[in-house]
Structure formats: structure tokens, C-alpha cells
Design a protein around this ligand. Structure first.
Ligand SMILES: [Cu+2]
Length: 131
């Protein structure tokens, strides 16, 4: 009788170990599958070579932009007030201030730091860095 009991215990023990291993395998497969699903690829930062500056609340936003030589910066007046863009070698002011929804574009061919202002509002300043 003792031999039979010993065999029974041995079988039970083996069965428990096998069941445990099986459970671990299932869990591992499920984990790897879900981690692959949650991987997200960042969207490519393709902006088409254009940089936008908004005029809002009597500010240029962003106040400083960095572009590459040959890039075009587009200013858009999103404010209720009229604004202009006046730099040393570029300005929107010839036709008067930009009104709401108006845009002004300038292409920066040379490297350098170009400060500009809105002549309507002293203190409303911006910078374009070309590098
Ligand atoms: Cu202004």
C-alpha cells in the first residue's frame, strides 16, 4: 500500500508542476502580444518646409523661430488689431498693417539672426534665426 500511495503523490506532484508550467506559458504569450500592440510610432515631423508665426494678443507667437536657409516664414494675423512685420530686409508694411486673417510671407535665404518688430505696437517683437 505504501508504494501505491507514494506513486499517487508522485503523480499528483508531477501533475501540479506540469499545470503550473502550462499556466506560465499562457501568461507569457499574452503579455508579449499586448506589449507589441501598445507600441506607437511617433508621427513624422514633416512640415513641408514652412514655418508659421501667429499674431495674437499683440504678440508674435512663437516669438522666436529657427529655420533653415531657403525656408519661408508665414505670419498670420489672428488678432483683432492690425499688425505689421518690419525687419531690416523684409517688411509687410508697404500695404499697411495686416488685418485679421491677412498673411505675410518671407523666404530667408541667408543664415543669420533677424529681429523684427510691429511698428504699430512698440514692444511687439520677434526673431527669426536662420541656420
Ligand atoms: Cu502689432
Amino acid at each position: 500500500m505504501t508504494r501505491l500511495l507514494a506513486l499517487l503523490f508522485a503523480c499528483l506532484a508531477l501533475g501540479l508542476v506540469a499545470a503550473g508550467c502550462g499556466g506560465d506559458d499562457d501568461g507569457g504569450d499574452g503579455g508579449s502580444g499586448s506589449s507589441a500592440d501598445t507600441q506607437e510610432q511617433p508621427a513624422p515631423a514633416a512640415e513641408g518646409g514652412g514655418t508659421e508665426v501667429s499674431m495674437k494678443d499683440i504678440k508674435f507667437n512663437p516669438g522666436e523661430v529657427t529655420v533653415k536657409p531657403g525656408d519661408t516664414v508665414t505670419w498670420t494675423n489672428d488678432d483683432t488689431a492690425g499688425h505689421d512685420v518690419t525687419g531690416d530686409n523684409f517688411k509687410s508694411g508697404d500695404a499697411g498693417a495686416l488685418q485679421t486673417g491677412d498673411t505675410f510671407e518671407h523666404t530667408f535665404d541667408k543664415a543669420g539672426t533677424f529681429d523684427y518688430v510691429c511698428t504699430v505696437h512698440p514692444g511687439m517683437k520677434g526673431t527669426v534665426k536662420v541656420e
